[in-house]
Write a protein that binds this ligand. Structure first.
Ligand SMILES: Cc1ncc(COP(=O)(O)O)c(C=O)c1O
Length: 420
């Protein structure tokens, strides 16, 4: 394939091409005996400085609009922390009806610099510094989550009828990255907090929850609605008529195979919504991963190979946990595509991947490669658009990945062998 053909394609366009480890193993001999393309001269994948994040912001827009379509009556607030890359935010800011979910002053200021005013922002971090609330109020943000008495005092100090909603604890079955313990209250406490907010001059408007990130079970959103229903009813009995329900994030990304989409979640939600939270006229969503994950592939180079006494062969890369891949040790597992520098015979090899630092927690996961991998080969990790970009650090002197625009660095890895 010529490099000009390569450049016309969009990266990662076909979610069904993401395969699990076992699928890949099963299909290896067929896939790789058919084609073994020599490395195309001048292909971007060999020129891009590594470690690299190659970003296609238009995918964020497509993902965002898919969620909007599935929930036509909802406000969809893109969770900025999942990927605050300006390329992405700028594209999303231009989508009609787009909103954003923030957790800090800096995120509000970044959005403001792109022309996003506070009336398109929800502040869902339940615990906020007073100075950050001050910035939010000055920028026109009017919707705030809370889950403690102390937060009521901070929010009411401005003497404004800010709209507030209580973050609740809910079941998280099916979430690969559960968000439990740190935030949220049970129904009885939620009602007390709503009452306190009203007494302090705030406007209690609703309830919020998050089913946990990468939630592959749509029914968990319905379970969550059932879990918050007693608080909704309790508020009504206390004379507080709520009208806002925030269904949080949790939309999963296709890391190693197809996952339920926004329509599946919407079906589960709308089946029970009006029964659990009657009168909920404002529905909020806060997707992060479901918008940003598929925008980005990460390219890394193999810098070392070593046999260890336990019999494992380790492959050392120029990117790892401290490059932003901190979710991997806890189970988020992007598909990997090894790309070899020279043609090589097919032979299945198992490698343990590790990052470049001298820290022993800087290890990733095991891959099976359909050919031997050597120093100078490259690995592409698919769908690294969430919780990587802003987390990368220069720990141990290794620079975090640079960001490249997929429009200039299109990496169509489907032409290369080696899906793991
Ligand atoms: C308050 C809040 N909203 C939304 C999100 C986005 O979640 P996800 O990336 O699973 O969609 C998070 C993630 O941690 C969060 O803490």
């Amino acid at each position: 394939m010529s490099s000009s053909t390569v450049n016309t394609r969009v990266i990662g366009a076909n979610p069904t091409s993401y395969r699990s480890l076992n699928d890949a193993t099963a299909q290896t001999s067929q896939a790789f005996s058919l084609v073994y393309p020599a490395t195309p001269g001048g292909h971007p994948i060999w020129q891009i400085p590594t470690p690299a994040l190659v970003v296609n912001p238009h995918k964020a827009v497509a993902n965002y609009q898919t969620i909007q379509c599935a929930f036509p009556d909802a406000i969809v607030g893109y969770t900025v922390k999942s990927n605050p890359n300006p390329m992405l935010l700028n594209c999303l800011a231009q989508v009609e009806g787009s909103w954003f979910e923030v957790a800090s002053r800096a995120e509000i200021e970044m959005l403001a610099s792109m022309g996003v005013s506070g009336d398109r922002v929800i502040y869902s971090n339940p615990i906020k510094s007073q100075s950050h609330i001050q910035t939010a109020v000055a920028r026109g943000v009017r919707l705030f989550a809370f889950d403690s008495e102390a937060e009521v005092e901070k929010l009411s100090a401005f003497g404004l009828p800010l709209e507030v909603y209580v973050r609740m604890t809910v079941p998280h079955t099916g979430a690969q990255w559960p968000l439990t313990h740190k935030f949220g209250v049970e129904p009885a406490k939620a009602v007390k907090l709503l009452q306190l907010a009203r007494e302090r001059g705030l406007k209690p408007v609703g309830l919020a929850f998050h089913v946990g990130s990468q939630c592959i079970r749509p029914e968990t959103w319905a379970d969550a609605l059932r879990a918050v229903a007693p608080a909704w009813a309790g508020a009504r009995e206390a004379g507080i008529n709520l009208d806002l329900i925030d269904l949080g994030g949790g939309f999963p990304a296709p890391y190693s195979g197809p996952v339920p989409g926004p329509n599946d979640v919407a079906q589960a939600v709308y089946r029970v919504l009006h029964e659990c939270v009657p009168g909920a006229e404002r529905i909020l969503l806060e997707p992060g991963r479901g918008v940003s994950a598929t925008t980005t592939d990460m390219v890394m180079e193999v810098t070392g190979v070593a046999e260890r006494p336990d019999g494992q062969t380790w492959l050392y890369l120029d990117g790892g946990v401290f490059s932003g891949l901190y979710e991997i040790p806890d189970g988020i597992r992007p598909a990997v595509r090894p790309i070899v520098a020279q043609p090589r015979p097919l032979a299945m090899n198992t490698y343990r991947l590790a990052g470049p630092t001298c820290d022993s927690i800087d290890t990733l996961f095991e891959i099976r490669s359909p050919m031997e991998l050597k120093v100078g080969d490259r690995l592409v990790l698919k769908n690294c658009g969430s919780y990587v970009y802003a987390v990368g650090s220069p720990f141990n002197g290794f620079p975090p990945p640079e960001v490249y625009d997929a429009a200039e660095w299109t990496l169509d890895t489907d032409e290369f062998p080696g899906i793991c």
